[in-house]
Ligand binder design. Structure first.
Ligand SMILES: [Fe+2]
Length: 312
């Protein structure tokens, strides 16, 4: 928070590489303080994050594009994220080490495949930023790892499995606290007390009850999510990361809202819950959101329109 303040930056997205066993993630606290978007891989057991990505998809942040690479092994939900010349490897690939594979659905055969077939195939000069390093190093390269990482000097998957199965490491001290805390990180989707009914709408309430004269559905998701999962008919697209400008005086939603109830929705209900608060703070009062987002809507049998990715 201090660094953001000093550099005059706005935190837009926080990406966790996997559910950590050795510390409590800062993701939920950062979201609560900055209203940023939280991102993890689709395999993550975390209860609610704002966006989930699959292998090969990209995370876009104002001209920067991170490629998501699913690298199971350390945990089943581990991802690495690649920019053009660098890769953020979480605990999958460390400096002179690799992530242990003995808990959280870790698997040393999967880890071997992730390391050798997904990471070491990157160009030698690719910079590698691991999630952490106990000696204080922060960056290495794929070439350096290929040559000097002792865990990678093996000639077969069986040899790697043999090493990993015989590490005999104690469990992380914080594991019993950290894992449950890191799985239960979603923002509250319901207001406390009397505001509850006015603030949140369930899929069951909304299906078949959308009154296009009185309601305006707002889709807060990004282009790739809309193309992948479809949209609710008649909804207006207003990406969450630009919400502030839409709800301020003279903003698009401000103008469209006149006399209508705004119903925000997103992928899982986290961005839309944050959006209700932001819209109320900006002075809009007839706003609510769809609990559980498009995922819950689809599961409840709500109709979905596929959009043509070319015309989006
Ligand atoms: Fe880890």
């Amino acid at each position: 928070m201090q660094l953001l303040d000093e550099l005059d930056l706005r935190l837009v997205k926080v990406v966790d590489t996997h559910v950590h066993a050795d510390h409590i993630t800062g993701m939920g606290a950062l979201r609560d303080r900055t209203q940023c978007v939280t991102v993890m891989g689709e395999e993550s057991p975390a209860d609610v994050v704002s966006m989930r990505v699959k292998d090969g998809e990209t995370i876009d942040i104002e001209g920067i594009s991170l490629e998501a690479i699913h690298t199971p092994g350390h945990t089943s939900d581990s991802y690495c994220f690649r920019l053009a010349d660098r890769v953020f490897t979480g605990d999958t690939l460390l400096i002179r080490g690799t992530g242990r594979t003995d808990f959280q659905a870790g698997d040393s055969r999967d880890a071997y495949d992730s390391l050798f077939n997904k990471l070491l195939v990157l160009p030698d000069e690719t910079l590698v930023y691991p999630g952490h390093d106990y000696k204080g190093d922060t960056v290495s390269t794929i070439g350096e790892k290929r040559a000097h990482n002792p865990r990678l000097q093996v000639s077969s998957v069986d040899e790697y499995v043999e090493i990993m199965d015989n590490l005999n490491l104690p469990n992380p001290k914080q594991m019993d606290v950290a894992v449950p805390a890191n799985i239960s990180i979603g923002a509250s989707q319901e207001a406390a007390g009397d505001d509850l009914a006015a603030w949140s709408v369930s899929c069951e309430q909304l299906i078949g009850w959308i009154d296009s004269d009185a309601d305006l559905l707002i889709d807060l998701r990004e282009d790739n999510e809309r193309a992948r999962d479809g949209v609710i008919e008649g909804s207006v697209h207003a990406p969450y990361t630009r919400l502030t400008q839409f709800v301020e005086s003279g903003g698009m939603l401000r103008q469209m809202a006149s006399g209508k109830r705004l119903i925000f929705y997103c992928a899982f209900g986290e961005r839309s819950a944050l959006a209700v608060r932001a819209a109320m703070d900006a002075g809009l009062d007839d706003v609510c959101h769809l609990v559980g987002g498009i995922k819950a809507w689809t599961q409840a049998g709500g109709p979905i329109n596929q959009i043509n990715p070319i015309s989006r």
